[in-house]
Write a protein that binds this ligand. Structure first.
Ligand code: GDP
Length: 464
């Protein structure tokens, strides 16, 4: 998708333009403590159908060292490098200033296509300043007023024609690209749990901790708001953050609502943080929510929050951990993190944990290794099928990731007895790091040769 970056000195009207084009007001950014307001990006779809990504690069002023933090400046420069089209905004009522020329030079050096927007032409001085903008050396200058909606539709036409061209040049992402691994793209994180367990506090603690780059972007579903945090080149997208902060008062009662909200949030995530109150310990509601995460194949971290209070009464941490897993018997693979959103203790390690389980969910083992493991395990101890009869497994392979899914080709159509899947799961978990991710098994019957319907000889390998 065409990436369009809004660039310019502070106070020329970049945010106003962003909002004018995006036609929505963003507000959430301001109520988070410790948040750096810098890069914001949104996907915009025009009424004519073209889509592009609009990026507000925040305060970019190469000449103004002190006023803008280095992280913001370098991120703005990086956004210019990454964009396809720069919208260089100047304040036409102030004329062309040295900062504008520097920004123009930066865009030219990066070799980017650029439209110059002479903003504030609603003012008389602005109207006069507009022709001056050609001095920046780019052939296309648009006199606009973000505040009074002047010249915007002409601007959108120019962006739309580029978006069309761009869409033809660059093929849409292929299905396989989704499997590139979490390091290559965003990790979507859902914070779920009952009311008052500290979801909102935890979100603040994480976001407050990652002071590097924070932006708020539109979620992929309507009306949802996500927060994207960048750290060490990785991006974490916290899903539906507005929903976490919004206190629901409905007839259904907050408990029911938390499950509904959790299910919705879980749909879009790679990693679920199931937060529970460590003082009282997990409840059946917590376990219901966690079971949804497992069923939907998401990576999972169990978060025991309020550990600042709980630690007093739970001196025997090892026992406490055992108790917790007893409440989540289906999620023994999920790491348990004890932390305090209030004091911040234990929060710093969370991004690394999230990244680890997200990676594990995308892990792929070589077929030869899987077959070796499976053959070794079942040699002499054939697994039981669901029917109760022994099942001969001929061949195994990993057919999918996210979550890792293994197919076993067996001598007949039968499921794997529950305890046998557990046994195989343990074998795989010992062989590779699958912490935090569910593992799924399918058993398929080997295909018989349609011609004679005879069984193959035992031991002959069967391939799909
Ligand atoms: P949410 O409904 O799950 O989003 O919960 P909140 O984040 O609003 O927290 C509920 C209450 O628990 C608030 O009064 C918080 O201040 C408090 N709280 C949250 N996390 C902690 C913690 O780690 N320790 C303590 N002592 N209190 C916490």
């Amino acid at each position: 998708m065409l990436r369009v970056a809004i660039v310019g000195r502070p106070n020329v009207g970049k945010s106003a333009l962003f909002n004018r084009i995006f036609r929505k007001r963003r507000s959430l950014v301001h109520d988070l403590p410790g948040m750096t307001r810098d890069v914001v990006e949104e996907e915009v779809t025009l009424s004519t159908g073209e889509s592009f990504v609009l990026i507000d690069t925040g305060g970019f002023d190469p000449s103004d060292r002190g006023a803008i933090p280095d992280a913001v400046r370098s991120r703005a420069l990086a956004e210019i490098e990454r964009c396809d089209l720069a919208l260089l905004v100047i304040d036409a009522s102030a004329g062309v200033l040295p900062g504008d020329r520097k920004a123009a030079r930066g865009i030219r050096e990066a070799g980017k296509d650029c439209l110059v927007l002479a903003n504030k032409i609603d003012r008389r001085e602005g109207e006069e300043g507009e022709p001056e903008a050609y001095e920046l050396g780019f052939p296309e200058v648009f006199g606009v007023s973000a505040e009074h909606n002047l010249g915007i539709s002409e601007l959108l036409d120019a962006i739309a024609s580029r978006a069309r061209k761009h869409a033809q040049e660059i093929p849409a992402p292929k299905a396989g690209e989704a499997e590139e691994g979490p390091s290559a793209r965003e990790i979507a994180v859902a914070i779920v749990g009952r009311p008052n367990v500290g979801k909102s506090s935890l979100l603040n603690a994480i976001v407050g901790f990652e002071r590097t780059i924070v932006s708020e972007t539109a979620g992929t579903t309507r009306d949802s708001v996500d927060i994207v945090v960048s750290r060490a080149g990785r991006r974490f997208r916290f899903i539906d953050t507005a929903g976490i902060r919004r206190r629901g008062k409905t007839e259904q009662g907050p408990e029911v609502l938390s499950v509904v909200a959790a299910r919705k949030r879980l749909e879009r995530c790679d990693v679920a943080l199931v937060v529970f109150d460590a003082v009282g310990g997990p409840t059946s509601q917590d376990s219901t929510i966690a079971s949804y995460a497992v069923e939907s194949g998401k990576a999972l971290l169990l978060i025991g929050n309020k550990w600042d209070l709980a630690a007093e009464t739970k001196k025997d941490v090892k026992n406490f951990r055992l108790d917790v897993y007893e409440k989540f018997p289906f999620a023994k693979f999920a790491p348990l993190v004890l932390l305090s959103a209030k004091t911040g203790r234990g929060v710093a390690q969370l991004p690394a944990e999230i990244f680890r389980v997200a990676e594990n969910r995308e892990r792929r083992l070589p077929t030869a290794q899987i077959n070796r493991l499976v053959t070794n395990e079942f040699r002499g101890r054939m697994p039981k099928g669901e029917s109760g009869r022994p099942l001969k497994v001929l061949y195994a392979s990993q057919t999918k990731t996210s979550p890792p899914t293994f197919s076993l080709v067996a001598s007949r159509a039968d499921g794997l007895y529950f305890s046998e899947s557990r046994r195989l799961e343990n074998v795989l978990r010992r062989a590779a790091d699958f912490a935090g991710t569910p593992i799924v098994f399918h058993v398929v019957a080997r295909k018989r040769r349609p011609a004679d319907g005879k069984r193959r000889r035992p031991g002959s390998s069967v391939r799909e």
